[in-house]
Design a binder for this molecule. Structure first.
Ligand SMILES: Cc1ncc(COP(=O)(O)O)c(C=O)c1O
Length: 462
């Protein structure tokens, strides 16, 4: 019986042949990058650190981009990923809602991140680069890029945020197994890292600092490029294999979502699931009006508390200014366990969608998300990474609303990674050591004032 299907699977031939690029379908054109040196629109250092094909995808006005066969061949190692009907969670919640989750935790590195890592390694290899430098927070992106680079014989250098480097030695070992060189960031390998360590030898690091280090490394070495795991358009585009597969899987059970929920660090996994459904909506193909809900951590509330402003993507201000929701480029996050949600900004594309009120956003603290994870683990068995526990909290809230109203909605969320390397987080939760931290509004206001003092002319840029 179709309705009783728990695991909805596709064949290897169903791996999408194209990625979907949202740029032509945004409600408003993306504001340009601004080069702070000229105060004019311009890409700054970006063309020096990315291959040409990635740059073209970053600005693509083509809606559909062919996925190279060599990349699809690597995808075959774990794609298509399963779509699961969460009967156990539905039963535990006594909800009339149907709950589905797309499980990206089945990839070798354990998350959605290799969908773009493999593609980026491929294009860099094709254009003759021998090495990629990158940053990593939780270790998920670093392990994905290490894996991606290994598949195309490209070397990989990873600057790993100090707090995660200390909390997650197994992720470091995983990266090393896939041939990468890993440095705790801030490190003494770069000017940016050395400067921060001189001022604060115990600095616990941030994604902003680690990005500065990786970008500096790429800028100073001809054989190397930089690679990023979120925020940029091309990264989010590569993730759209997730949503395209999900649409096919739901067709097999004759269903379509009323609500789509994901967590956002920089916004790549959520966009990967959401964009293909958004395309249905803008092209008049969606049979329903879908609600898109992006969830984040109250400790790093980039979209719910951050301003929509021009800011740098990194702490050392090497990258050009980009218009996005931001908490300020020198944001040092509290050391919460959702390492992947600790970035100060949100993808500019997602920020445009939020400004156009196409998204709903929610922020949750780390105690309530681990409570939600506990129920999910008990009812479904899977142990989620700390990041998607925010989506799980979101889906549980929506399912409970349906229980009150009796609505039989279809809820879809993204399980963007497993939590097998996050036992320290779960142990802290079980021991009652987690704090429900909220990032204060005053800190955001302070950071915005600093930004305005730094670039008073930015107020005149629309
Ligand atoms: C498992 C997992 N989920 C989510 C994220 C957040 O990033 P994004 O919003 O780009 O998906 C990360 C980032 O490292 C991650 O590792």
């Amino acid at each position: 019986m179709v309705d009783k299907k728990r695991k909805i699977l596709l064949d290897e031939e169903d791996i999408p042949k194209q990625w979907y690029c949202i740029l032509p379908d945004l409600p408003k054109p993306m504001p340009p990058l601004i080069d702070p040196a000229t105060k004019e629109p311009g890409p700054g250092i970006v063309p020096q650190i990315f291959p040409k094909e990635i740059l073209a995808q970053e600005m693509s006005q083509e809606r559909w981009i062919d996925i190279p066969e060599e990349v699809r061949e690597v995808y075959r190692l774990w794609r298509p990923t399963p779509l699961i009907r969460a009967f156990g969670l539905e039963k535990a919640l006594k909800t009339p809602a149907k709950i589905y989750y797309k499980n990206e935790g089945v990839s070798p590195p354990g998350s959605h991140k290799p969908n773009t890592a493999v593609a980026q390694a491929y294009y860099n290899m094709k254009e003759g680069k021998e090495r990629l430098a990158t940053e990593t927070g939780a270790g998920q992106w670093g392990s994905a890029l290490s894996f991606g680079c290994m598949t195309f014989d490209v070397e990989c250098t990873v600057y790993m945020v100090r707090v995660s480097y200390d909390q997650k030695p197994y992720r470091r070992i995983m990266m090393e197994l896939w041939n990468a060189e890993v440095h705790a960031s801030p490190s003494n390998k770069t000017d940016a890292g050395r400067k921060i360590l001189e001022e604060d030898p115990n600095n616990s690091g941030s994604l902003g600092i680690a990005i500065s280090e990786a970008v500096e490394d790429a800028l100073n070495h001809e054989e190397a490029n930089y690679s990023i795991g979120s925020v940029f358009n091309h990264v989010l585009t590569h993730q759209t294999v997730i949503g395209q597969e999900t649409k096919k899987q739901l067709e097999l059970v004759d269903d379509y979502p009323d609500v789509i929920i994901g967590c956002i660090g920089g916004g790549s996994s959520f966009s990967g699931l959401m964009w293909p459904f958004y395309y249905d909506k803008v092209s008049g193909k969606a049979p329903k009006d879908i609600k898109f809900i992006a969830t984040e951590a109250t400790a790093c509330p980039s979209i719910t508390r951050g301003e929509y402003a021009y800011d740098h993507g990194d702490t050392a201000r090497l990258t050009p200014l980009v218009k996005m929701h931001t908490l300020g480029h020198d944001f040092i996050p509290p050391p919460i366990h959702s390492g992947g949600l600790r970035y100060h900004g949100i993808a500019p594309t997602l920020s445009v969608l939020n400004q156009a009120k196409i998204l709903e956003t929610r922020a949750y603290n780390q105690v309530e998300v681990f409570d939600a994870a506990r129920l999910f683990i008990k009812s479904e068995g899977e142990i989620p990474a700390p990041e998607p526990t925010h989506a799980i909290k979101g889906v549980i809230d929506e399912a409970l609303k349906c229980k009150k109203t009796g609505e039989e909605k279809t809820l879809l969320f993204l399980l963007c990674g497993h939590g097998h390397f996050d036992m320290k987080a779960y142990d802290d939760y079980l021991q009652g050591n987690l704090q429900p931290y909220e990032y204060p509004k005053e800190e955001v206001a302070k950071a915005m004032k600093k930004l305005k003092d730094l670039y008073p002319w930015l107020g005149t840029v629309s």
